[in-house]
Design a protein around this ligand. Structure first.
Ligand code: F6P
Length: 377
């Protein structure tokens, strides 16, 4: 590792939804920096801490014993620098953040976060700060990295849940629908569905027709399989819903005036609200269309809680150490990503604002289809 005498103080924060591996990553960055004589301060509750100048020193004693601890010792929030909820007002705090960064004479700001955080980091880089990011999320949807920390742990939790649902589904001869997180992508539902041996898997990347899924479940029943498990990504949509959303999203994108844009946003919000009860409606419909008793299990935030898996601890430690190395080497405005098994810095401008969807021809999908799993298409 090269050394750079000018780099004396680094700030770090965690932003967006929490996930297992955040503390392991903070520890990785902090311990590796400390060995190079660099101090680390942690800003509290995401970008809010940087805006309000609320921080703690992160030294060897505060970094000790956090490798296995879930959540984040720094706290987190979904507050954005340019649209921050302060009291009951939304305020643009970008200038205040820039001021605080310079007041502390930071050499770099490390942001641990998901897709939204990458965009916010880019905004701060555009405002003149040196920002390095690390890819965190159970959703595994960050563009430019093969994998994100938090995903492996959540995959294990969701898979274990499916395993446990199997025995009760078998005993009662039921269809059990299990809703799995993932925001707009299907990595977690697909991975857990394959690992847990689900009979149906619905993901946003493959809009579904309920009749096709119901038909597949009826076929199973005819073959004497008296239960079925359907893994459903929270963002999965029927063909009709996906078409409506795509239509209004493109109207919003191409709107020529504010009124048109507002109308499109309102429509999208309505669809989002309608979609909130999606798996409840789906379960009822499946019961009706198959004649089989059905139940729904929503895994929710269980998937984000608790200790990180061994794989996530290894990944977090690799990424944390690589981030410290990048800072020492003078790398600026980059996300430290995993590519082909190696931690490498990728320019923020190449990844900010993009989403890593599951490719339609992904081998997890191919393998599941080969075994007769229904994707409802
Ligand atoms: O991005 C992580 C994630 O858990 C998504 O899977 C989910 O859609 C979202 O966060 C839930 O956010 P919140 O915890 O704010 O409800």
């Amino acid at each position: 590792m090269g050394s750079n005498a000018k780099r004396k103080l680094v700030g770090i924060l965690t932003s967006g939804g929490d996930c297992p591996g955040l503390n392991a990553t903070i520890r990785g960055v902090g311990k590796a920096l400390e060995r190079n004589g660099v101090r680390l301060v942690g800003f509290l509750d995401g970008f809010t801490g940087l805006a309000l100048d609320r921080y703690i020193e992160l030294d060897s004693s505060s970094l000790s014993g956090i490798l296995t601890v879930g959540g984040t010792i720094l706290g987190t929030s979904r507050n954005k620098p340019h649209k921050m909820l302060i009291g009951d007002k939304i305020v643009d705090m970008t200038d205040v953040i820039v001021e605080n960064y310079h007041k502390h004479d930071l050499d770099a700001l490390v942001c641990l976060g998901g897709g939204g955080t990458q965009k916010n980091a880019m905004r701060l880089a555009d405002a003149g700060l040196n920002v390095l990011t690390l890819p965190k999320t159970i959703d595994n949807d960050i563009y430019g990295t093969d994998v994100t920390f938090g995903f492996d742990t959540a995959l294990g939790i969701a898979t274990e849940a499916i395993d446990r649902l199997h025995s009760t589904a078998t005993s009662h001869h039921r269809v059990i629908v299990v809703e799995i997180m993932g925001h707009r992508v299907g990595w977690l539902a697909l991975g857990a569905g394959v690992a847990g041996g689900a009979d149906g898997i619905l993901i946003p990347e493959i809009p579904y027709e309920i009749d096709k899924l119901a038909e597949a479940l009826r076929e199973r029943a005819k073959m004497g399989k008296r239960f079925s498990i359907v893994a459903v990504a929270e963002g999965a949509m029927s063909v009709e819903m996906a078409e409506k959303v795509a239509k209004w999203a493109s109207k919003k994108e191409s709107a020529s005036d504010k009124a048109e844009k507002r109308k499109a946003s309102k429509k999208l919000k309505e669809f989002h609200e309608e979609h909130m009860s999606h798996t409840i409606d789906l379960t009822k419909e499946l019961e009706k269309r198959t004649g089989l008793e059905a139940r729904l299990s929503i895994l929710g935030h269980l998937q984000r809680g608790g200790i990180p898996s061994a794989a996530d601890r290894v990944l977090s430690t690799i990424l944390g150490a690589a981030c410290a190395e990048a800072i020492m080497d003078g790398v600026e405005n980059a996300m430290v990503a995993m590519r082909n098994g190696k931690a490498v810095p990728v320019p923020l401008k190449e990844i900010a604002g993009k989403i890593k969807f599951v490719p339609r021809e992904h081998q997890w999908i191919d393998a599941a289809r080969a075994l007769g799993v229904s994707f409802g298409d």
